[in-house]
Every structure is written in C-alpha cells, then in structure tokens.
Ligand binder design. Structure first.
Ligand code: HEC
Ligand code: HEC
Length: 98
C-alpha cells in the first residue's frame, strides 16, 4: 500500500536525464567551479537552459556546452585564445616530440 506521501512524491515532475555524460576534466580550465558544475549539469541533462545573472559568464558557459557536443576544431580554440589574449603557442595544446 502506498502512503499519501508516496502518492504525492509520484506526482512530482523530475526532469529526465537525456544528455551525454562528460568527465569533469573535459571542461575548459578557464571556467570557475560553479560554471563547470552548471556546464556539466546542462550537457549531461540535455534539454537544459542556463538562466544566470549578469556577469556570471553565461556566454562562456554556453559556448562550452555547445563545444562539448561537437568534435573539437582547432580554429575554435585558437580564435577564442586570440580574442582573449591567451597563449596560442602550439605546445600548450599539443604534446610536441623532443
Ligand atoms: C571561450 C574562449 C576559449 C576557448 C573556446 C578556448 N580557450 Fe583555452 N583558454 C582561454 C583563456 C582566456 C585562457 C587563459 C586562462 C588563464 O590564463 O587563466 C585559456 C587557457 C588555456 C590553456 C592553459 C594555457 C596555459 O598557459 O596554461 C589550455 C591548455 C587551453 N586553454 C586549451 C584550449 C583548447 C585545447 C581549446 C579548444 C578545445 C581551448 N582552449 C578553447 C579561452 C578559451
Ligand atoms: C588553443 C589550443 C591549440 C593551439 C594553441 C594549437 N592547436 Fe593545433 N589543434 C588543437 C585542437 C583542439 C586540434 C584538434 C581539432 C582539429 O583537428 O581541428 C588541433 C589539431 C591540430 C593539427 C591536426 C589538424 C588536422 O587537420 O589533422 C595540427 C597539424 C595542429 N593542430 C598544429 C598546430 C600548430 C602547428 C600549432 C601552433 C602554431 C597549433 N596547432 C596550436 C588545438 C590547438
């Protein structure tokens, strides 16, 4: 027999998990911990939207969500590094032989 509480719990809507699992290490190191948590939640859940206040880095989080779902293109990395004055030295992203 179900209790009244169980009956109510069964009616509580819970968003299904429909996304792709990702390793925490796959998320770009420039993101802050809370941004990484949000990105992970969005990618793994699928069908998620990020409603974050000004200044919390929605743009960066969204770019990262999109990025994690398509094969990586070097141009995408390098373009952003250029516009953020981050390093575009080959060996920050590639293991170079000795
Ligand atoms: C949204 C913009 C953006 C994109 C896209 C981006 N990066 Fe970065 N990345 C940065 C910035 C800005 C830094 C510098 C962070 C710092 O100095 O704290 C950085 C730093 C790094 C670092 C550390 C560099 C160091 O000197 O230690 C690595 C490695 C890196 N990015 C790799 C990548 C790779 C690989 C990609 C593509 C898969 C990529 N990044 C895409 C903005 C971006
Ligand atoms: C910010 C990160 C980043 C930097 C800096 C970077 N690369 Fe890349 N590179 C990548 C990523 C990610 C890939 C894999 C995606 C792709 O093939 O487009 C890649 C792929 C490549 C490939 C294989 C492309 C292919 O078509 O198979 C070559 C060659 C390469 N990089 C050379 C370089 C050289 C040379 C430099 C320095 C002038 C450099 N990269 C700097 C991120 C970077």
């Amino acid at each position: 027999m179900t209790t009244y509480r169980e009956f109510l719990e069964a009616k509580r809507p819970v968003a299904p998990i429909l996304g792709t699992p990702i390793e925490p290490g796959a998320i770009h190191p420039i993101l802050k911990d809370f941004q990484r948590a949000i990105v992970r939640w969005a990618v793994q859940g699928g069908r998620r939207a990020i409603f974050a206040k000004f200044g919390l880095g929605k743009g960066m989080m969204q770019q990262e969500v999109v990025q994690l779902q398509q094969p990586v293109k070097m141009k995408w990395c390098v373009d952003c590094h250029r516009s953020n004055k981050a390093s575009i030295t080959c060996n920050i992203c590639h293991e170079l032989g000795q």
